[in-house]
Structure formats: structure tokens, C-alpha cells
Write a protein that binds this ligand. Structure first.
Ligand code: WQD
Length: 351
């Protein structure tokens, strides 16, 4: 079996991707320093796939520790890099934390990829690289604009670093631009696990519904959109995970034209924040408690994907609806609460 290293494997998208890779015949190891995750999701992977996943608790900002993982696993054929901080609002408040963590970790990883001659690299990028696009939906050819947040800058710089690295090293690389990942594994054995107050809309909705949060603040409803709230493209985490497996296989099968390529991973439909809240209510029957607040610095007004290229080149087909995103997210939130009770109140979200 081909061995794949997944960084951030204990995180939300990383864990779902490990499950998908494993179910598609890959042998996967994880590198995750658990600064913003626990190993709880690896237990979920084991229950789903029957396979135990080894996690190296390593900070990628430490080159020697990162290099040691590759020395112990010289048979790695591909790396999928998720490990990064990703909260738009937090990055505006703490820019140096984001530049240091997200860029130093990437550069250390690429040094190891080159020295251990790993042939394939997949990068977790983001639609934030488009900034506030002039026209939507965005294609991969839509020019990237000034990012709206330091988080967005780290993704733009990450793409540039990898593109130049790939040209110089010959390491084939794919940049996957996610839109808004949301939802949870249908088994309710994995899902989004923010360790402290969630930043993203869907976990805020589910934590408000279960009573962990007092309610939802909608960050602005006077934007130039159909109902005044921001527009996003919510993509189910399982659809997103499967795209990584397809992208890796695409490179292994020698289908990558050139040395790097870019793919948008979104559903292709734009949903407003208020529509997302209403979809949660309709999908679960639970009324959402929300109020309108001020705009959040760093927010893009409206963005959603043209995903034709991923459909055509990767054979990728997003399957989950927004209703299923909300239903699976809610089932996971309820499971988490039960697990926390089972652990006699121990908060499983802490290390
Ligand atoms: C979505 C919308 C908020 C919380 C995310 C990830 C980023 C990247 C892109 C993958 C915005 C509004 C939110 C709340 C709200 N994904 N909102 N009240 O900022 O689009 O970026 O997707 O790489 O990593 O962070 O996602 O869920 O924070 O916000 O009104 O309590 O919901 O203003 O319009 P965002 P988000």
C-alpha cells in the first residue's frame, strides 16, 4: 500500500481525509502537534475503517522533529498538508502568529519533501485567496486579489511558495481551494471539534442549538446581497475529503499536466448566512436563536465556486446537500455532548 503523510491529521478535514484515503487503500500516518486538536478523531477513524492511525505529535515549526518523521518513514509517496491556523477573525487580531505558524511549518515540510524525494504534494488552500472577487462564481483562473485577512495572505503565500518549490524540485503539487467546509461524517463518529469558542458559522449554529453558546450573532445584514448577509459556498467535509484522494490518485496516475495545478472545491451554489441558519432550522426542526451584529473585519462579502474543473479533471462530484450538512453537523454535536457526559463530564475537547 502507498504510504501517505497527512499533516493536521487530528483535525477536522484531516481526519475525514485520512478515513477516505484508508477506505481507498492507502496506508496513512498523521503529524499533528494537537495544539488545536485532540486524538479523539483518530478514534473515530479507527471505528469507521478498522485501522489504527499513528499520529506523530510533532510541531512542524520544529525542523528536526519534522525531519525525524521522514527518516522513520522513508517510504512516504505523498504528503497532504492541512496543519495550519485557519480562523479569519483571529488572524486579523494575531497576524504574526498566523504568518509564523502557517509559513514556517510549510517551509520545513517542503524541505523534507525535497530531501526525501516525496513525489506528490497536496496543499490545503482556500477560497480566501480570491479576496473579494469582482465576479462570482470564481474559477481557478479568477485573479487572486488582495487577501482580506492575514489568514488569506498565508494561503496566497503558501500557494506561491509551493509553485516555485515545485518548479525547482520537480515535486508534483496540487493546490486545493476549499470553500466553506461544514458538516460531519454520517456515522457521527467524526466532525468539527473546535477546542474553544468556535469561529465558523456551522459549529456556532450547532453549539447555540445545544446550549453551549447563548445564541448566534450574524455578522452584518446590510451587505449588497439578496438578503443583506454574506454569501458562502458550504461544502460537506466528506465531499472535500474525497477530493484529496482523487487529487492524489490523479497525480499517481500521471494525469497532472505540468508540475502544479489548482482546483476549486465548492458545491457551485452560493448560500447566504441567513439562508444557512434557516436551512438548519428546517433540517433539524430546532429554532435558531440569532441576532444581527456588526460586520466582522476580514469577511469577504460574497463568494462561491465554479467547480467544473474538479468535476472534469478529477471526476469529483459533491454529493451532500446543505440539508445533509446541517443534519450531520447536528448529529455530531449531539454525539459530542453524550460522549462528554459518558466521560463523566471530562471535556474530550481538551488534550
Ligand atoms: C462564514 C460566514 C461570517 C460566524 C472559512 C474558514 C477558512 C476557509 C474559508 C477553509 C461569514 C458569518 C460566522 C458567526 C456569522 N476555509 N458568521 N456569525 O470566514 O468564510 O472562512 O471558510 O480553508 O478557513 O474560516 O467562514 O464560517 O467563519 O464565516 O455571521 O458566529 O458566516 O461573517 O459571512 P469564513 P466562517
Amino acid at each position: 500500500m502507498k504510504k501517505i503523510l497527512v499533516t493536521g491529521g487530528c483535525g477536522y478535514i484531516g481526519s475525514h481525509t485520512i478515513a477516505d484515503l484508508t477506505e481507498n487503500g492507502f496506508d496513512v500516518i498523521s503529524v499533528d502537534n494537537n495544539s488545536r486538536s485532540t486524538t479523539h478523531l483518530l478514534e473515530g477513524i479507527e471505528k469507521i475503517t478498522g485501522k489504527k492511525v499513528k499520529n506523530y505529535k510533532v510541531d512542524l515549526c520544529d525542523f528536526d522533529d519534522t525531519n525525524a518523521v521522514f527518516e522513520e518513514n522513508p517510504d512516504i509517496v505523498g504528503v497532504i498538508h492541512f496543519a495550519a491556523y485557519k480562523a479569519v477573525g483571529e488572524s486579523v487580531e494575531k497576524p504574526l502568529l498566523y504568518f509564523e505558524n502557517n509559513l514556517v511549518s510549510l517551509i520545513n515540510l517542503l524541505k523534507c519533501v525535497a530531501s526525501f524525494k516525496v513525489p506528490y504534494f497536496v496543499f490545503s488552500s482556500s477560497c480566501t485567496v480570491y479576496g473579494n472577487p469582482d465576479s462570482i462564481p470564481v474559477t481557478e483562473e479568477t485573479p487572486t486579489k488582495q487577501a482580506e485577512s492575514p489568514y488569506g495572505y498565508t494561503k496566497q503565500m503558501g500557494e506561491q511558495i509551493i509553485t516555485e518549490f515545485a518548479k525547482a524540485s520537480g515535486v508534483r503539487s496540487v493546490l486545493l481551494r476549499y470553500f466553506n467546509p461544514a458538516g460531519a461524517h454520517p456515522s457521527a463518529l467524526m466532525g468539527e471539534m473546535p477546542l474553544d469558542k468556535p469561529q465558523n458559522l456551522v459549529p456556532v449554529i450547532t453549539q447555540s442549538a445545544i446550549g453551549k453558546l447563548p445564541g448566534i450573532t450574524v455578522f452584518g445584514d446590510r451587505y449588497p446581497t439578496r438578503d443583506g448577509s454574506c454569501v458562502r459556498d458550504f461544502i460537506h467535509v466528506c465531499d472535500l475529503a474525497h477530493a484529496h484522494t482523487l487529487a492524489l490518485q490523479y497525480m499517481i496516475d500521471g494525469k497532472l499536466s505540468g508540475i502544479t495545478d489548482i482546483f476549486n472545491l465548492g458545491t457551485g451554489s452560493g448560500i447566504t448566512v441567513l439562508e444557512a441558519i434557516r436551512t438548519f432550522e428546517a433540517a433539524t426542526g430546532i429554532p435558531a436563536n440569532y441576532k444581527i451584529g456588526s460586520n466582522r473585519p476580514g469577511d469577504v462579502i460574497a463568494i462561491y465556486a465554479n467547480n467544473d474543473k474538479a468535476r472534469r479533471e478529477l471526476g469529483w462530484e459533491p454529493k451532500f446537500t446543505l440539508e445533509e450538512i446541517m443534519k450531520t453537523a447536528w448529529a455530531w454535536e449531539q454525539k459530542l455532548q453524550n460522549d462528554e457526559k459518558l466521560f463523566t463530564g471530562k471535556n474530550i475537547r481538551l488534550n
